[in-house]
Design a protein around this ligand. Sequence first.
Ligand SMILES: [Zn+2]
Length: 453
Amino acid sequence: MRSALKMLLEVDEHTAAVLDGQSRIANWLYNHLLEEANTLREKFRSTQDPEAARVLYTKRGLRDRVPALKQEYPFLRTVYSSVLKNAALRLSGAIRKYQKARREKGAKKVGWPKFRSWRREWFSLQYDEPWKGFGLEGRTLRLSLGKVLDEKTGKEKQAQVTAHLAEPLPDWFEPGMVRQLRIVKEGRLFYAVFTVERPVPARRPAGRVIAIDPNHKNLGYGVGTDGVATEIRNPWFLKILDRRIDEVKSLRDRCKRKSVRVVREDGSEVWLPSRRWKKLNERLEELWRVRREQTKVYLWTMVNRLYREYDAVFVGDYTPRGGEISRGMRRAMNNQSLIGRFKGTLAWVATRSGKVYGEWDEDGSTRTCCQCHYKVPVGIPPEVREWTCPECGTHHIRDENSSINGLEQVLKTLEVPCSGRLGGQIAVKTRRAWRFDGLGIQEIPGAVGGRVS
Ligand SMILES: [Zn+2]
């Protein structure tokens, strides 16, 4: 199993400046090669020159240009060689993705690569071979740069910088697991992202497992091997905040964005927004900030609680059915991104704590009876929250039935020794709902679908 381990770095001012410089050069190379690629593309279009196609469309075509460019632009040599080559590989990757999407019918459109602005996005430094160009001693991370001239000996030597991991590595971490290292910068913070290859943790006895069915009404509804069904409610503050955001946004949009004309010294003119527009815009940004912050606290609280009670959490892969666009669509979209972040948080906490996170295939899970496996042919409309199986007569709570199907599927793939739980044997003993009150979780026993049964 391949996963990413992201560690915050403590970086001194000098190292930060060096890393910025390295990132800038890699970014420059990317843009320079893109310029070459654009020329080659034109050339290939008009002449069908196979050499142009080879450089442009093969995996290593652009990477093989790097040694010659190093001769021409000696400053490139100050960056570690594989990091530099990786910038070229990334561009080739983007071009090949574009090509592939063009050839495949019905594939999602991918644009031709664009020039990258270093100011807008820091170009990450990728060391793509295990422990080549980087090393770890305790919490000290050593990064190799390019070659510099040693003034004493007159010979070239490999320059390097060090940074420190801001927190200890997780218990399960072993150097042999590391495949790659990427240095990224977000805002003013640097991170080391290790790509690690770990034995699939699911092979060990899985302990307590829960399968969650994400949906529109709640964040999700889960059934665990402990026989407990949990409804994870959406945070109430989202509704209130979203309403407030809509109000302020519509007020702002009624103001003129171009209201004050300013003539610059050189005679050109710009339009500035009115004071009211600016004020409302600030208010809106503040509301967005609060929304982000509160959502984060909500997700962390729910995820930590889940992993306190379960060793493995599996979430339905939630394939949105296209077609009908309803009034609730916009809100549902919001929930989709909330579920996306929920999954991200689960994966993050699982990686850290040595627990398991995974997804299960939701296809057909709602309309399949978890007791007798009868499939309702036409499916069950979303507004139907409870139904009775026409084959065996079992009465189902919609989300609970689908979670049980998920749990059964998960337990099969986990190869948990068959203990009689499989094949319609998962029984829900108790039900509860988790409601986030802004600080912690309030547990409501016996609650289903917003009511207490
Ligand atoms: Zn049935």
